[in-house]
Design a protein around this ligand. Structure first.
Ligand SMILES: Cc1cc2nc3c(=O)[nH]c(=O)nc-3n(C[C@H](O)[C@H](O)[C@H](O)COP(=O)(O)OP(=O)(O)OC[C@H]3O[C@@H](n4cnc5c(N)ncnc54)[C@H](O)[C@@H]3O)c2cc1C
Length: 254
């Protein structure tokens, strides 16, 4: 089975993040960059499926040159190969454009199962699995908290406000994952060293037959018009647990 994991490089969610003053796009260069936290769960699922049933795991990203770091992390964690779609025309790409580029790359590399995070930690639109399912003409199962593959069927569980849903689809398919039961494995030093020498396949929009005029900020279906900083956070309260419980109970928070 060929699993393709979508990894998006995002500004570290635990650090300071800001928008560029010029065009209100995410200022990516001055923040620490990490792989999206849920993407690591998707990668863990793909690696676990490979251990159980064999196959190949490819990591795929669409992003600026710096996003190659996300692919190196995926390789160091256990992915077999990596593909980077990089093109300066993509600056400010909206979600539908990004999905068109990802879909073209997926057609190019081939796949049985596409795995991605349920939502990125920067854009947080939570739409990529559905967009890709539509574009590729395959079923998509979104927001899974557990998943398995038996034969040519992928099954999973989705938690909603109404309870648990048990879902199934025939491969090829797209799934997106929330936090899964098994925590993402850590990179080893040997894995990090080995990943530095692995080759990453680089594709441009021309390689994918995509007209640069159809992507990027100028052609985006949505763009950030204005943004304001949120209110400063007040420090939390610490102290005697019994007193803190009374404090919360007085405010009907427990
Ligand atoms: C080169 C480039 C520059 C961009 N610049 C900006 C910018 O400056 N400002 C801005 O607001 N938006 C920018 N975007 C678009 C934005 O970052 C998102 O990629 C896109 O809009 C998807 O939105 P989302 O992350 O909220 O999707 P979600 O649906 O929340 O993402 C779900 C999952 O889909 C996968 N995924 C999403 N995007 C990618 C990707 N690019 N590559 C691989 N996997 C992915 C991940 O697994 C992710 O967890 C840019 C996109 C590209 C490709």
């Amino acid at each position: 089975m060929h699993s393709v994991v979508l990894v998006k490089q995002v500004p570290d969610p635990t650090g300071d993040r800001r928008l560029d003053r010029g065009d209100a796009t995410v200022a990516r260069d001055d923040a620490d960059a990490v792989v999206g936290p849920l993407d690591l769960h998707a990668l863990e699922a793909a690696l676990t499926l490979r251990e159980a049933g064999g196959g190949t795991v490819t990591a795929l990203t669409v992003g600026p040159p710096r996003a190659a770091g996300a692919l190196r992390q995926a390789l160091a964690t256990g992915a077999d190969q990596a593909v980077h779609v990089v093109d300066s025309a993509l600056h400010g790409a909206c979600a539908p454009q990004t999905s068109a580029v990802l879909a073209a790359a997926l057609r190019r590399v081939g796949f049985d199962l596409v795995l991605c995070g349920a939502a990125s930690s920067d854009g947080r639109l939570g739409v990529m699995a559905a967009l890709l399912g539509e574009r590729l003409g395959v079923p998509h199962l979104s927001g899974l908290r557990a998943l398995a593959v038996t034969g040519t069927t992928v099954t999973g569980e989705r938690q909603t406000e109404d309870g648990w849903w048990e879902l199934a689809a025939e491969l090829p398919a797209v799934v997106s994952t929330h936090v899964l039961p098994d925590p993402p494995r850590r990179r080893t030093v040997a894995g990090i060293r080995a990943a530095q020498h692995r080759s990453v396949t680089t594709l441009t929009l021309a390689d994918l037959g995509i007209d640069p005029a159809t992507v990027g900020l100028a052609a985006a279906t949505s763009r950030v018009v204005t943004a304001d900083a949120g209110p400063a956070r007040t420090p939390g309260r610490t102290g005697d647990p019994a007193e803190l419980v009374r404090f919360l109970a007085d405010r009907a928070l427990v």
